[in-house]
Design a protein around this ligand. Structure first.
Ligand SMILES: [Zn+2]
Length: 236
């Protein structure tokens, strides 16, 4: 399955172990909040962070990096985050965009095998929805949008690479929804740049969601740079 999708609106309880829904009073309006994965359940421990960093460092040393390279990465990476610790963010950024993609893929699959002890494909099949799951959700009134093809930071890619990411995800989206009218975009990690905005416009994207935390005002905000609230910001 190419595109990882964002579910914006949900109707009924899917009877999944990680699914939760609740109502909150937001500026006088009662809104329903739905969340598949709650941060409380997902947070690792300090020992897990240390284990991941140790393994990452070993892998990088195996690729020819030295201690000073590691220290330089540590200093240059912005490790501020609303939810994660510095160690977690460092680990994520190194494997999301800092190292060259071939090294990232190799290191990730080594770490996955060593730490999880199962095949990545098996776990992905269990964890992610299949194409037929998504078609079924679409038929039941859920909104399915694009989240690119391979979930990379779009603002770290060339224009052509960004076009490929978006084109491939649109082909998948079209085969799920049967068309592309009013399609919406959600930037992986909230990363985008001027090139992304032009590509969306050329493809008649209806609107796009960033990771800027704020309620949005449709009359004044650029429709491709909408802010939003995380479900984890609403107390349950
Ligand atoms: Zn994502």
């Amino acid at each position: 399955m190419m595109a990882v999708m964002t579910v914006l609106l949900s109707g009924n309880n899917m009877e999944k172990p990680h699914y939760k829904e609740w109502s909150v009073d937001f500026n006088g309006k009662i809104i329903k909040v739905t969340n598949w994965w709650n941060l409380g359940e997902m947070k690792g421990s300090a020992e897990t962070d240390d284990l991941l960093l140790e393994n990452l460092r070993d892998e990088m040393f195996g690729e020819g990096y030295g201690r000073s390279d590691w220290d330089n990465f540590w200093v240059s990476i912005d490790k501020s985050d609303r939810h994660d610790t510095e160690n977690t963010i460092f680990f994520k950024r190194m494997l999301q965009k800092e190292l060259p993609i071939e090294q990232r893929q190799k290191i990730l699959s080594n770490l996955f095998e060593r730490i999880v002890g199962r095949s990545e494909v098996d776990v992905a099949n269990e964890l992610y929805m299949s194409k037929s799951d998504l078609i079924s959700l679409h038929k039941r009134g859920f909104t399915i949008g694009s989240h690119t093809a391979s979930h990379r930071w779009l603002n770290s890619l060339s224009v052509d690479e960004q076009k490929n990411e978006i084109d491939n995800s649109l082909s998948a989206l079209e085969s799920i929804r049967g068309g592309l009218d009013n399609w919406i975009m959600c930037y992986p990690y909230g990363g985008y740049n001027e090139d992304t905005l032009s590509i969306l416009k050329a493809n008649n994207c209806a609107f796009a969601l960033t990771t800027k935390v704020c309620s949005t005002d449709l009359s004044i905000q650029n429709k491709y740079e909408l802010s939003r609230l995380d479900t984890n910001d609403f107390p349950s």
